[in-house]
Design a protein around this ligand. Structure first.
Ligand SMILES: NC(=O)c1ccc[n+]([C@@H]2O[C@H](COP(=O)([O-])OP(=O)(O)OC[C@H]3O[C@@H](n4cnc5c(N)ncnc54)[C@H](O)[C@@H]3O)[C@@H](O)[C@H]2O)c1
Length: 476
């Protein structure tokens, strides 16, 4: 299978094949999984020694009283973000863009009466006209993965902050592009890792900060979510983009599990991922599904006979301080949903999935429900006390999406550093191409690039209080 061809074709269709900075380098590195030329490039990108232009960790941009947003990508995910932002004070929704005009029209209805966004649509690069405007502060991207970095880089180059869906990048070269562009332009590049705002994940982060777990030894996360039906549905992802991503073999969607664990371990801010090893099973379901569908419907013929990702990928990271992280990815086995979230320390353990979430302070039993509730009360983060109930009502994966969007806007309005910076976006996204390399090379280890250029040793942890902020009101 020719990954290079697929990626070139995709970008050509998306109007991006020649986009200066973003287009040029990206095409070289598209074959992360050890295709001719690809494997050595991945190694070079992984071992790159980097000197920062400017440290974006802890960077606070000037306050923006009213955050003017332009959205790109209004498929299944984007409209929820438009709806949530519509509930936040100090936001002006200036523009809505999608390749498909009907998606823009539907999103316009969500904000009718409160905002008058300009519509951009009809061509694969209509989004550039939107980004070129000088009255937009934040570009919010929820498009297929291959478009994330090109769009984010273009937006930062034009003076916009960026919030980009997960994963922020699909190749190591793209990860480096994000870092270099964010540092040079001093624009935020936040990956929208909503799971960092889930209630139990935030609780364990606050507990870790206060020493409840002692030294953190090990963490686990996952994305185990059966997407076979949705991936093969003609009415699901636009142009079947997510099914085609499954031609890559590795941990393709690592950030939901990895992000919260990296925050608990202060990765990029006191510790750093050092190297990883990754192993994938064979594919036992997707190829067979493609074949069965193709026998009934010629639409599926292009997918039959393709090499699909192995069902289960397990990737293990060792950090510079000698801790370990295990991340699993399986979107094609008939298993109940799980993101795991396990934190194991010298004094205590926490674990979610299978539910209910549990905490233990000894090896022989989990704490009782009453003891759990008492800890929940004692260690509840300020963001949850202030907005948790409201977020549950407004929704978005049980409320975590709203907490993330509100916190992003509140930080921008109050001139605070964001909870997730470009180093998080790059290092969490990098697990996909790194794992592809390892899987393609008999699970050999590969270095995790140090996107901070050594600054990780002195960077300070994310501030999980609302200090200096907390002023943004919610419109309900
Ligand atoms: N954080 C989460 O919990 C979560 C959940 C779901 C999806 N996502 C992410 O959101 C993103 C979008 O996923 P989705 O499920 O909405 O997919 P989707 O296919 O439903 O939507 C993608 C949209 O992008 C549009 N698009 C494609 N090319 C474009 C272009 N050149 N210009 C403008 N618009 C273009 C498509 O028309 C489509 O409407 C993905 O990155 C996905 O990983 C995140």
């Amino acid at each position: 299978m020719n990954h290079e061809f697929n990626r070139r074709e995709f970008l050509k269709l998306a109007g991006l094949a020649g986009v200066g900075l973003a287009g040029a380098g990206m095409l070289n590195s598209c074959s992360a999984s050890g295709q001719a030329g690809g494997a050595s490039q991945v190694l070079a990108q992984a071992r790159k020694s980097y000197r920062q232009h400017f440290n974006m960790s802890g960077f606070a941009a000037p306050k923006i009283e009213t955050v003017r947003i332009g959205f790109i990508g209004l498929g299944m995910r984007g409209p929820g973000a438009v709806k949530r932002m519509n509930n936040i004070e100090g936001v002006e929704i200036k523009a809505l863009c999608d390749l498909r005009p009907e998606k823009v029209a539907a999103a316009q209805k969500i904000v009718a009466g409160s905002h008058q966004p300009t519509a951009y649509s009809g061509s694969a690069d209509a989004w550039k006209k939107m980004v070129d405007r000088d009255d937009i502060d934040l570009v919010y991207i929820a498009t297929p993965w291959q478009l994330h970095t090109p769009m984010a880089v273009y937006a930062m180059e034009r003076g916009k902050h960026v919030a980009v869906e997960v994963p922020a990048a699909v190749t190591l070269e793209e990860c480096w592009q994000l870092v270099e562009t964010s540092e040079r332009t001093r624009k935020h590049c936040m990956m929208l890792e909503n799971c960092c705002y889930d209630f139990f994940e935030m609780l364990t982060l606050n507990m870790a900060r206060q020493g409840f777990f002692g030294e953190i030894i090990h963490g686990e996360g996952a994305y185990i979510h059966n997407l076979v039906d949705l991936n093969f549905s003609r009415k699901g992802y636009q142009d079947m983009w997510r099914l085609k991503e499954n031609y890559r073999n590795g941990s393709l969607y690592p950030t939901h599990g990895l992000g919260p664990i990296c925050q608990v371990m202060n990765i990029n801010r006191g510790d750093q991922m050092d190297y990883l090893v990754s192993v994938s099973s064979n594919d036992f379901t997707m190829g067979a599904t493609a074949k069965a569908l193709a026998a009934q419907d010629s639409f599926y013929q292009e997918y039959a006979g393709k090499d699909f990702r192995g069902n289960m990928n397990t990737t293990t990271v060792r950090t510079k301080k000698g801790r370990t992280i295990m991340i699993q990815h399986d979107v094609s086995s008939p298993r109940p949903y799980s993101r795991i979230h396990l934190v194991s320390g010298t004094k205590a353990t926490a674990r979610k999935w299978p539910g209910p979430a549990r905490i233990a302070t000894s090896h022989d039993k989990w704490l009782s429900e009453a003891e759990f509730k008492a800890l929940e009360k004692q260690y509840q983060p300020e963001l949850i006390s202030k907005l948790g109930e409201m977020a549950k009502k407004i929704g978005g994966h049980g409320g975590m999406d709203f907490l993330m969007d509100w916190r992003l806007i509140d930080c921008l309005r109050n001139g605070l550093a964001l909870d997730q910076d470009v180093y998080d976006a790059a290092s969490w996204s990098a697990m996909a191409p790194l794992s592809e390399w390892s899987v393609a090379n008999r699970s050999n280890s590969i270095d995790v690039p140090d996107f901070t250029g050594g600054a990780w040793a002195k960077n300070t942890p994310v501030d999980i209080t609302l200090r200096g902020g907390g002023t943004t009101k919610v419109k309900v």
